[in-house]
Design a protein around this ligand. Sequence first.
Ligand SMILES: Cc1ncc(COP(=O)(O)O)c(C=O)c1O
Length: 367
Amino acid sequence: MHRTPVARTLPDFPWDSLLEAKIRAQAHPDGIVDLSVGTPVDPVAPHIREALLSVADQPGYPTTHGTLALRTAAADALHRRYGVTGIDEAAVLPAIGTKELIAWLPRLLALGPGDTVVIPEFAYPTYEVGALLAGAEVIRSDGVFALGPQRVEMIYLNSPSNPTGRVLGVEHLRKVVEWARERGVIVVSDECYLGLGWDTDPVSLLDPRVCDGVFDGLLAVHSLSKTSNLASYRAGFVTGDSELIGDLLEVRKHAGMMVPLPIQAAAAAALSSDQHEAEQKKRYRHRRDVLRSAVEAAGFRIDHSEAGLYLWATRGEQASDTVAWLAQRGILVAPGHFYGPRGAKHVRIALTATDERIEAAAKRLAA
Ligand SMILES: Cc1ncc(COP(=O)(O)O)c(C=O)c1O
């Protein structure tokens, strides 16, 4: 089917396989409740939209490194929101949404054939895609000590996890950092859901309790898509080890990977204020409470899910059967095997639907 080797190497795009279930769910008389993807549905805060418009008349190219205002806002936000100290604004690099960054990161850091990237057992699919685009090998593992003596170049952490909502504590993160430092391994922490802790407070890789304020070999990736409802804008950033960020900046300058200026202005506004983020978190907490009770009352077991935007749920049967059972009730979810072979009996249920749709799902589950 594919003409190029790189396209042949990549897995099929998982969501394409959900079409049949989607058609069945759409046939429900009261319409589909689509909980299969984590896409925001709530409005973009007015001050963010105003910031976008404020530079809409500027014709020149933006810089790859981003404006000083954006970089400073990112460093300040990590301090204010998550207690990360000591980030130099120069070591902040904007991304055109973090999916783009993750998909190209191994390649941008010159990993290639013969190199190995470790990704979580259950993982956002783009970690694997990024390694494959670089021609590197992928190993799935949640524990570094299970890896043995094998040489590894990069390891991904994702806490809170997509899809499981599992949170890694300070001790776990510290051990990974120590292990990686002894071996010169780059640790990349995808912190997309860091602000969405429900039963616990998630911790950044760059937290002083984890890394003692030393960022060597460490990168933290932050998306504005979920907590500031900016998925359509494509805004995120990476920070941490200043030398690695410097190398990434050089390559991204050559490759034209620059964030549009209006998006930079919007992102700076989003990172400079916390109120809209707190309000959004409240909305998600409410939806989680409603959905969690309904899913449990319908006989599911929910594992982990102490943070983030998903319920990781099982009925003890094959995920495809659960997807079909829910689709008959007009509810679309993602099967666990999208995220790793061991997810065969789980489904991932997103909290990203309107209050009205979440209530509709709860009613259908109770019927
Ligand atoms: C774990 C994780 N990382 C990164 C992303 C990408 O986010 P974005 O490209 O919108 O910044 C997502 C999106 O769902 C995600 O779940």
